[in-house]
Ligand binder design. Sequence first.
Ligand SMILES: Cc1cc2nc3c(=O)[nH]c(=O)nc-3n(C[C@H](O)[C@H](O)[C@H](O)COP(=O)(O)OP(=O)(O)OC[C@H]3O[C@@H](n4cnc5c(N)ncnc54)[C@H](O)[C@@H]3O)c2cc1C
Length: 435
Amino acid sequence: MRFEASTPPARPVQREAAGSTWSGCHSFAAEELLVPSTVEQLQETVAASSRIRALGTRHSFNDIADTDGSLVSVLGLPERFELDDDAGTVTVSGGTSYGRLAAQLGPTRWALANMGSLPHISVAGAVSTGTHGSGVAHRNLSAAVRGIETVEADGALRRRTREEDPDFAGRVLALGALGITTALTLDLVPSFEVRQDVWFDLPWASLLEGVEDIMTAAYSVSIMPDWSSTEVAGKVWLKSRTDHWDGTLDPARYGARWALSVPGEIAEGHFPHQTVQGGVPGPWWQRLPHFRPDANPSRGDEIQTEYFVDRRHGAEALAALRACAERFAHLVLVSELRTVAADDLWLSPSHGRDSLGIHFTWANDPESVLEVLPVVEAALAPFSPRPHWGKWFSLEGPEIQAHYPRLADFRRLAEAADPGGTFRNRFLERTLGLA
Ligand SMILES: Cc1cc2nc3c(=O)[nH]c(=O)nc-3n(C[C@H](O)[C@H](O)[C@H](O)COP(=O)(O)OP(=O)(O)OC[C@H]3O[C@@H](n4cnc5c(N)ncnc54)[C@H](O)[C@@H]3O)c2cc1C
């Protein structure tokens, strides 16, 4: 099945102000944002640039996309949606949002195995940073990429595939360092239905004792810990496949309770910008993200941080954070624990280890956040934390590099693909030592 978008006539490359990230906590230093309307224009633009970086939908929080040259967007390129029923894959344009892709897949017999919390992000931008949802069996979104089409530093458009390219594990989650991605081929799974249920009042003691158990209680589980409380950790969101619904699941076994849910009424604690809760079955794409595609995700006025530790040490890592929580809890708007299955992608925060992601949405108070990040990082240091590439962290390059056993391979790939450093920036230099 091929989606025939009415391709608008090519227009000259648009030039816009670079602006800032979605939440405004980083203002781009780039001179401008270029928006080509054809792949050929993109190729010419890249070939003529000494410094250029891709910008997706701006949902990262730090300077990862930034450059001292120009930013370029693929959001103006013609849309692609090519479903291959035999292969069980879909090829989409890089600027497609997960929400748009999911709505196109919705009427078919196919689904994405998982989604991040928000459907607004571009596929190319999300897989460049290892964006993930939750679920002990689910790898991050980058691991679903089977093919990638990229305009490389010489301006050539090249397609690489998992089957043919021995370096493919370094190509997808590449932080924008290898070129500008125009299209991606993604693995699909047969479509399924999901129900979303919430537990309230999970005690900290049960969380620390049973985090592994709770995380395996549904297809995708998120725990929202309250660091300001010494007794009650808080809510658990369970996204269960309706064909695997476990009717015996009882939060009382962990000292928690079901959210109150009266048929026809909004479930307890449910906000209108969130996807439907209260155990109402629905299509995968309307339940797996936390936020509705037609509403503002999260708060907007915020800074985010996330660290990944080996799941086997999850409870110890949480206990270490609790021991210093009084130093950072006042800045936390929301915190979330999720799981990500191990993969083999060279720059993946879950490379080689099943991971627990420990996430913080902070108040938009940059100075105070920068003060508490070292506190959080010191507590997590014994657990070899890997930060989310698109969020704030204060770990130094060597501390990060030590946890990436395939970093030398990635450096080799980046040197070969981009010997002149067209796609390099300060972020890559600071974190990966890519000068
Ligand atoms: C409200 C909110 C909720 C979030 N929830 C989650 C979550 O559930 N899970 C999670 O893991 N993260 C989450 N994030 C973080 C977000 O998913 C990542 O930062 C993601 O990379 C953003 O995608 P983007 O398209 O906005 O990319 P941008 O932020 O625009 O860019 C990110 C990186 O991708 C590169 N890039 C972008 N487009 C291309 C391209 N076409 N070719 C090559 N490189 C490209 C950029 O150069 C940059 O290095 C959330 C962010 C917000 C604001």
